[in-house]
Ligand binder design. Structure first.
Ligand SMILES: *[C@@H]1O[C@H](CO)[C@@H](O)[C@H](O)[C@H]1NC(C)=O
Ligand SMILES: *[C@@H]1O[C@H](CO)[C@@H](O)[C@H](O)[C@H]1NC(C)=O
Ligand SMILES: *[C@@H]1O[C@H](CO)[C@@H](O)[C@H](O)[C@H]1NC(C)=O
Ligand SMILES: *[C@@H]1O[C@H](CO)[C@@H](O)[C@H](O)[C@H]1NC(C)=O
Length: 618
């Protein structure tokens, strides 16, 4: 029985086992409390020795159909017994194409590091961390056997992310067999496997369920988060942590809203003055090496790093230098213009200057360099939201140009020019990408409004990202016109809402705060059925939760994104038919796990609720 407990081994046995090494403690183990699994719920009881009680972690791993797996897999059978092992006793063998095997070696290192983090004394920065782990269970090994059948090493909207994972135990050996079509499925399987593992406090070891069968694949192809690094700069380390945590939750798209009117933190080798003028300081810059590092960091973790260059609005700081340059002129107008309310949605203002052809020259250069940095691109985000016509229409140079070209000055005339801008931007990006077309993403805007969209945007060239409310009839219109869409509706998936205002008083514009339950329950398919009579699974690529950073920097990015980003992840991976309620205890445990992995995820409930499942209800 050593090294292998049934779900209910008597605590009497535990008293014989060593107390954790290298920990000063006033308590003696075992705890006066233990747990029993009762119809999918862990019940805390007095550990008198009369009943077969186990630790909280043991109970959580083995109780309920999905244990503590997050997001919930499509199908899983999780065994009721656990075995102990140490992270130093993991072996692996792989069967894969060379480029895939190279990635897998990195994924296994990450997997092992994630297991080390389950130890309560884990010290970040000391990798690989050597312990201390209890000596009691060195006899058991965990063997990974991974087979990947194709050689894809880049994520696309066609990538097969499915996997099968089978865990079995014979004697002193637990074997995890992973079989997948792609590397991306295999790394998802390793995340799942790491969630079949927990810390066993009595042996000061890890434990893994002795048997499990998981067969899994995502419902939505596109599962993302948006991070804005212009309103406030977010450091590379915080972005790495965001990518780690996305990977832990099987989110696969990091939509990087790099620039905006506030600051231009993107260092471009061909246009260094953009960030010289536009960054908050020389330390608030992403250099090419940072970007390449993050793109690769994401790839290894199954996350596409998708760049957005928002235009023609949401530009401003950084563009000032062109006026001082012989032969370029003013390429952005209304930059920092006041009163801001007349020229944009929030200070500071700025929009590209449609009247100056040099603007396209620079835009093309920016795209050239972005394509190199983020290569190879499978998607590109053009932004394209919140153009303020009054900015253009009160800029003498633009009014004169509109008049000279007999375009007129009414709203429609400006929309037509905006549409033309977008088409030229698309051509510039295609050229930058070696004349290979890249699917573009655009925010909903005036161009996508009822009756407008097919006039301006070709549905085989663009995916439309919906940021308005879930009851916006534009959603139905886009779907009926066969546009592919990504949902980021602000009334459910904006994670920056519910703070005090940052201009004036009261609460910020999209208040209230969107709780994890709201994030979890929002269902794109239900919206589509409501508006079009069908779930439109071929057109709905997925969704993204957005973190706009007017009120966020490195100090708060974790707690704003997590654990609510995990609620989004289960919606997009699993598309559960039930609401948040049956997911709650798994969700809370997942949050605990994220904290162990070094993420400052927000607390959702008192610890008492984690220890007393199902009793914090209304
Ligand atoms: C487990 O790891 C320890 C430390 O590296 C090693 O001494 C021991 O032989 C390993 N046991 C097995 C069964 O591999
Ligand atoms: C632009 O300004 C002119 C007057 O200068 C006005 O007639 C026109 O309606 C304005 N266009 C828009 C879109 O506001
Ligand atoms: C729409 O885009 C596709 C792909 O680029 C192209 O083949 C098609 O001709 C375009 N349709 C129109 C009407 O421009
Ligand atoms: C469906 O539409 C009705 C009527 O517009 C609305 O009351 C309801 O909230 C909608 N449901 C969803 C899930 O959007």
């Amino acid at each position: 029985m050593r090294g292998s407990f049934a779900c209910g081994v008597a605590p009497l046995l535990l008293t014989l086992i060593l107390a954790p090494a290298a920990t000063t403690t006033f308590f003696s183990l075992p705890s006066p409390w233990g747990y029993r699994c009762d119809v999918g719920r862990c019940i805390k009881e007095d550990n008198t020795g009369v009943e077969d009680l186990v630790t909280l972690n043991t109970c959580k791993l083995t109780c309920g159909p999905f244990g503590v797996l997050w997001p919930q897999p499509k199908s899983a059978t999780v065994g009721k017994e656990v075995v102990q092992f140490l992270p130093s006793n993991i072996t692996h063998k792989t069967s894969c194409a060379p480029a895939v095997c190279e990635l897998l070696e990195q994924a296994v290192v990450i997997f092992k590091d994630n297991l080390q983090r389950y130890h309560p004394d884990y010290a970040a920065g000391l990798t690989p961390w050597k312990g201390p782990w209890g000596p009691a269970t060195v006899g058991h090994t965990l063997n990974l056997d991974v087979t990947v059948n194709t050689d894809a090493t880049r994520l696309s909207l066609e990538t097969d992310e499915s996997y099968s994972l089978s865990v079995s135990t014979t004697g002193q050996t637990t074997t995890a067999i992973i079989i997948t079509a792609t590397y991306f499925g295999a790394r998802h399987a390793l995340e799942t496997l790491s969630q079949l593992v927990e810390y066993q406090e009595y042996q000061d070891s890890l434990m893994i369920v002795s048997t499990a069968e998981v067969s899994d694949s995502p419902v939505f192809k596109y599962r993302g988060l948006i991070l804005d690094t212009s309103r406030n700069f977010i450091g590379v380390e915080a972005i790495e942590r965001t990518l780690d945590t996305m990977a832990a939750n099987k989110l696969n798209s990091f939509h990087w809203h790099i620039t905006d009117s506030h600051s231009f933190p993107l260092y471009l080798e061909s246009l260094p003055k953009m960030s010289y003028y536009g960054a908050y300081s020389s330390r608030h810059v992403y250099y090419p090496a940072d970007i390449r590092h993050l793109v690769e960091y994401g790839r290894v973790r199954g996350v596409r790093v998708l760049p957005e260059f928002d235009a023609p609005a949401h530009v401003g700081n950084g563009w000032q230098w062109t006026e001082k340059e012989e032969g370029l002129g003013k390429l952005a107008v209304c930059v920092n213009r006041e009163p801001w309310q007349s020229y944009c949605v929030e200070p500071p203002c700025g929009q590209l200057n449609l009247a100056n052809p040099n603007m396209y020259k620079l835009l093309g250069q920016i795209y050239d360099e972005m394509v190199q940095l983020f290569s190879p691109l499978d998607l590109f985000h053009y932004g394209g939201d919140e153009v303020n016509l009054n900015c253009w229409n009160t800029t003498a140079e633009i009014v004169a140009w509109m008049t000279e070209n007999n375009n007129g000055l009414d709203a429609d005339a400006y929309y037509v020019q905006w549409g033309t801008f977008q088409e030229r931007a698309r051509q510039l990006l295609t050229t930058a990408n070696g004349e290979k077309e890249v699917t573009g993403i655009l925010w909903t805007s005036h161009l996508t409004e009822a009756g407008h969209v097919d006039r301006f945007l070709n549905n085989s060239q663009y995916i439309i990202q919906i940021w308005t409310t879930g009851d916006d009839p534009v959603i139905g219109e886009l779907l009926k016109k066969n546009y592919r869409v990504i949902f980021s509706t602000y009334d459910s998936w904006y994670l920056d809402c519910g703070m005090g205002a940052w201009v004036g008083e009261g609460n910020n514009w999209c208040s209230p705060y969107k709780g994890w339950q709201k994030v979890y329950d929002f269902s794109p398919y239900e919206i589509a059925i409501n508006q079009t009579g069908a779930d439109q699974r071929d057109l709905i690529m997925g969704g993204e939760a957005a973190l706009w950073t007017e009120q966020v920097d490195d100090t708060a990015v974790d707690s704003k994104l997590w654990p609510r980003g995990a609620a989004l992840a289960e919606r997009l991976w699993t598309n559960p038919s039930a609401n948040w309620k049956p997911a709650e205890t798994r969700f809370i445990h997942n949050r605990q796990r994220l904290v162990k992995r070094g993420v400052m995820a927000e607390r959702i409930q008192p610890e008492w609720c984690h220890q007393n499942e199902g009793l914090c209800y209304l």
